[in-house]
Write a protein that binds this ligand. Structure first.
Ligand code: COA
Length: 169
């Protein structure tokens, strides 16, 4: 299935969305648009050809204390180091099993690089809520940071630019 991934808008029908995770369903229906309007997070929805919301993710700004960075990522980083958090990734149950999450994450990588071109930012992070999500996020190059609660995985923007070289503007 091809997804058209666009910023969340008031005319998207979110009412029937169900990814199997009640908190994510609730967040999408209750907070995603409000947070967009208030500039706290930017949510992008993946629309199927019939314009149903098949998945979504959000991006927001954050920072991490330099000393929390793994040694391999610390060199040259400022205090604190700016990053972006990829949160709330979900695919509707009816659309799961086709790796649409990969499509959403690739879109998040592209938008993160575009953001880093404008504001400067060292890392993209995710908070895996379950152990299996650590393995899931590792597939995309995220590495678990030791000693942080809630769990945090990072990938450097430098690495994203290597993965998606054409995205540099
Ligand atoms: C995470 C998510 C977005 C992936 O959706 P998707 O792209 O349709 O994923 P697929 O079903 O195609 O599976 C992708 C991989 O994840 C694995 N996976 C999916 N659900 C899993 C589960 N509950 N437990 C363990 N592994 C799982 C699959 O086995 C597959 O790996 P493989 O290719 O090595 O077999 C989707 O499972 C989801 O929306 N979950 C509910 C919300 C959630 O937990 N979000 C957290 C994301 S940070």
């Amino acid at each position: 299935m091809t997804l058209r991934i666009v910023p969340i808008a008031a005319d998207h029908d979110l009412s029937g969305f169900d990814c199997g995770d009640l908190r994510r369903n609730h967040w999408l229906k209750t907070h995603a648009l409000a947070n967009r309007m208030a500039d706290y997070s930017a949510t992008y929805v993946g629309l199927s050809p019939d314009n149903a919301v098949a998945g979504f993710y959000s991006l927001s700004a954050a920072s991490i204390a330099r000393q929390m960075l793994p040694r391999s990522l610390r060199h040259g980083a400022p205090e604190p180091a700016p990053m972006i958090i990829l949160g709330q990734l979900a695919v509707a149950l009816a659309a799961q099993g086709k790796r649409l999450g990969d499509t959403l994450i690739a879109d998040a990588f592209k938008r993160t690089i575009q953001t880093a071109d404008i504001v400067g930012c060292g890392f993209l992070g995710v908070h895996p809520a379950e152990p299996w999500l650590v393995r899931y996020d590792e597939q995309f190059g995220f590495k678990l940071v030791a000693g942080i609660t809630p769990a945090l995985m990072l990938i450097s923007i430098r690495r994203l630019r290597q993965i998606l070289p054409a995205s540099r503007s």
